[in-house]
Design a protein around this ligand. Structure first.
Ligand code: GLY
Ligand code: MN
Ligand code: MN
Length: 457
């Protein structure tokens, strides 16, 4: 981790604030799993983005122009006894030397010190509602200042939403962030390949999940970025199926949606493949339709295009294909207008990706879809889901759930598929599952990317 990178980010944020303002960012609390067992700790994304500090019980305060230092951190004190039980802490000295904090205080002193930092400031940049317990404490400190108004102390008059500034910064990934995302995607791609290679009829879905987790952990990703989905047969038609508890049957497809988290950056990859290693005719027809929609959507990931262009490309291809297969009836134009595809494709084609799997950043500016720019990272994930007993749908299509999802970075020239290391054509998947060694590096086929439009900015 580069301390300089975090410093650059803090400087950029403070550049958007003014001298009479202060920004306050608490990190995430520790969440209890049951009784005295805690969930594995994950810092708040905005807090970590600015600090690189991963301990709980910490609050960062940024005060542009403050004489004694602009970056203040409240964190846990060193405590040899507690550290013997629960692990080492940076302490105040460590925070200053390792994390380049200007001024550091014990978290236990925050009630005494923080109100003084707010004194006579005009504006507080803060994200309300993310950590409700902390909202209450902040309101308490402000009220304390209000009571001192007769002593000539000014209370900040304005609360400004910090998330708006932070989330626009986070939307544009730096080269440091792109490196972390490439790594998360590479590990996740290897995990998906491993799952394909280990899959056999009769195995449990959680046994495939175990193969994914093995690869994540082995490469140092201590947690998935979100709960892994391993859904076979009918379960593939449940969008956020996470039980992963069924036995996988020959003749069924299995849909895996899983990604590792590296240094707080997520990968988010989906692949769908036959449990027995061979696509049936019906499965292949639908799979190749989803894949064609995905290629068409990825091709739209170009600087200068709009956020919705990939989605529009995907639904165009899907609707046309569903008509050809007899799953939708009517004219392409009318069906698109009616969004008839939503019966089988009920989610959108992607989302921003970054520190959070559904990452931050606006999708529209006022009423217009956002223009894609280099450094933005998104998923492209069309799918089709046809549950059993779908009215008017031939039986051969039942229980087919397919999603193909890649992670795509917008570049100056077009795009880079971060998750390209996991195969996705029918032939490639069947060959990998049959154990056929490829002479070339196993890599998803991607259509050549042409630069279709000039950069607009
Ligand atoms: N894994 C959640 C999603 O694909 O959006
Ligand atoms: Mn996903
Ligand atoms: Mn996704």
């Amino acid at each position: 981790m580069s301390a300089q990178e975090f410093k650059r980010r803090r400087r950029r944020l403070m550049g958007m604030m003014d001298e009479h303002s202060v920004a306050i960012l608490p990190t995430a609390p520790v969440y209890i799993r049951n009784r005295d067992v805690e969930h594995p700790y994950r810092p708040d994304s905005d807090f970590f983005y600015l600090t690189g500090f991963a301990e709980p019980e910490a609050v960062a305060v940024l005060i542009p122009g403050r004489e004694h230092g602009e970056y203040i951190l409240f964190c846990r004190e060193n405590d040899p006894k507690m550290e013997t039980w629960n692990g080492l802490r940076a302490g105040q000295e460590g925070a200053i030397s390792v994390y380049h904090v200007d001024d550091c205080f014990p978290i236990g002193d925050i009630d005494d010190i923080l109100p003084g930092l707010l004194e006579n400031k005009a504006r507080v940049f803060y994200t309300m509602g993310a950590h409700p317990g902390f909202d209450q404490r902040l309101i308490g400190w402000v009220n304390r200042l209000r009571k001192q108004s007769r002593a000539g102390i000014h209370t900040p008059g304005e609360f400004v939403s910090l998330d708006h500034l932070m989330h626009d910064m986070r939307l544009y990934k730096s080269s440091f962030e792109i490196r972390a995302m490439r790594k998360a995607a590479k590990i996740s791609a290897e995990a998906h390949r491993r799952a394909m290679q280990h899959c056999k009829p009769g195995m449990m879905e959680y046994q495939l999940e175990a193969e994914l987790l093995h690869t994540f952990m082995y490469h140092g990703a201590r947690s998935p970025a979100y709960a892994s989905i391993v859904g076979s047969g009918a379960n593939g038609c449940i969008l956020h199926y996470v039980e992963n508890s069924a036995k996988m049957k020959t003749g069924d497809l299995v849909l895996i949606d899983a990604g590792a988290e590296i240094d707080c950056y997520a990968a988010d990859i989906s692949r769908t493949f036959p449990v027995n290693g061979h696509f049936s005719r019906a499965q292949k027809a639908l799979y190749e339709l989803v894949l064609a929609a995905q290629y068409a959507a990825i091709e739209q990931v170009q600087p200068g295009n709009h956020w919705n262009d990939p989605h529009e490309a995907a639904v165009g291809v899907l609707t046309e294909g569903l008509i050809e297969l007899g799953l939708l009836k009517g004219s392409l134009k009318t069906l698109l207008k009616k969004q008839a595809y939503r019966r089988f494709y009920m989610h959108r084609t992607g989302h921003w990706l970054g520190m959070d799997v559904h990452d931050v950043g606006d999708y529209k500016i006022d009423t217009q879809w956002r223009v894609l720019e280099p450094g933005m990272t998104l998923t492209v994930e069309p799918g089709l889901y046809i549950p059993a007993a779908s009215k008017g749908v031939a039986k051969k299509w039942w229980n087919i759930g397919i999603r193909i999802e890649d992670d795509v970075l917008v570049t100056r020239e077009g795009h880079e598929i971060l998750s390209a290391d996991v195969v996705k054509t029918v032939d490639e998947i069947e060959a990998l599952m049959a154990g056929v060694k490829s002479t070339r590096r196993v890599k998803a086929k991607t259509k050549p990317v042409t630069r279709r439009r000039r950069l607009t900015q």
